[in-house]
Design a protein around this ligand. Structure first.
Ligand SMILES: O=C(O)CCC(=O)C(=O)O
Length: 314
């Protein structure tokens, strides 16, 4: 059932029927519950609107899945997008680019190479080949085993952001220790899988989406179950906790989206909400290369806690 749905939404020969895809812009109350979040404290966090204003949902037959509809401010989105493109793919973080096909410079600082490349054909190759970078404990795609030998410092800003979501949603003692940043040019997909390599399978998985929209499938713990399909748009946050933590999920389609909150904004966010770096993102000269990249691409940051509480290493 999972594979059938994946193929259905992936189809390029005929445009699939999207009528069963949940759209949280206009949530159908038959399938979706509006979740009340008990806000811990009165604080907000840079790049986010106040948790009191978050639109937070649960899906009726998918316990443990929490969907927060874009809680990012427009310049907050710009900040995380620029981190994902310009900074996170830099060495010592690991990227998928093959050393037989790409220069050391590209593998060490992909965005810089992509921006300075003059040859259009090579620029295109650099763009479409970049599919992931890993942070913290690096995901080993072959063995699927994390190790202390394959680990770098996890970016503090991303750890703090994830911790803020975790605490606000009532997940205590959360620690972000591994992330995959996925880059999806339109037309690419991610096959059905479960994330089960972490020693800690109780801590929730956090997923932040930016850029063009995706269809996300969330099924059960076996591929026999028909998955729910939902749109993920720029800024949307998905939390897979409790019984959804080990469920099959996939991205069968990335498609263009009418909403581009990172492009269309007048910079009237209160100054006190911004830090210097977010102010830089408001500068259109700074933003232009990111705008170009996102015209036909999506980015997803997928964050996991690896260790159990009190565990210091693997
Ligand atoms: O792109 C997404 O929304 C999901 C990514 C994902 O499932 C993963 O990185 O394991």
């Amino acid at each position: 059932m999972f594979i059938k749905s994946f193929k259905f939404y992936k189809s390029k020969t005929t445009e699939p029927d999207f009528s069963e895809v949940l759209d949280f812009q206009d949530p159908n109350e038959k399938f979706v519950d509006k979740k009340r979040i008990e806000v811990k404290g009165n604080e907000s966090y840079f790049s986010l609107i106040s948790p009191k204003e978050w639109q937070c949902y649960e899906i009726k037959d998918r316990p443990g899945l929490i969907f927060i509809r874009n809680p990012f401010t427009p310049s907050g989105q710009r900040f995380w997008i620029s981190r994902c493109l310009k900074d996170y793919p830099k060495s010592p973080n690991v990227v998928n680019l093959n050393p037989k096909q790409f220069s050391k410079e590209a593998i060490n600082d992909w965005w810089n190479c992509f921006q300075t490349e003059k040859n259009d054909c090579e620029r295109k190759r650099l763009k479409v080949s970049m599919r992931w970078t890993t942070l913290g404990y690096h995901h080993d795609w072959d063995t699927k085993v994390y190790s202390e030998n394959m680990k770098n410092k996890f970016p503090q800003d991303l750890a703090d952001l994830t911790k803020f979501f975790a605490t606000t949603l009532g997940f205590e003692n959360y620690s972000a220790e591994a992330a995959i940043v996925n880059y999806y040019p339109i037309g690419t997909t991610l096959a059905g899988h479960t994330d089960h390599s972490e020693a800690n399978l109780d801590a929730p998985l956090f997923s932040f989406s930016f850029g063009q929209k995706a269809i996300f499938l969330l099924g059960g713990q076996s591929k026999d179950e028909k998955p729910s399909a939902m749109f993920l748009k720029s800024g949307d946050v998905v939390v897979m906790s409790k019984s959804s933590r080990l469920c099959y999920h996939a991205v069968p389609r990335v498609m263009s989206c009418e909403l581009e909150p990172y492009n269309n904004f007048n910079s009237n966010e209160p100054e006190e909400k911004k830090c210097k770096i977010v102010n830089d993102c408001d500068d259109e000269n700074f933003w232009t290369p990111f705008r170009h990249y996102l015209k036909d691409s999506r980015i997803n940051i997928n964050i996991r806690q690896v260790l159990n509480k009190g565990q210091l290493e693997l």
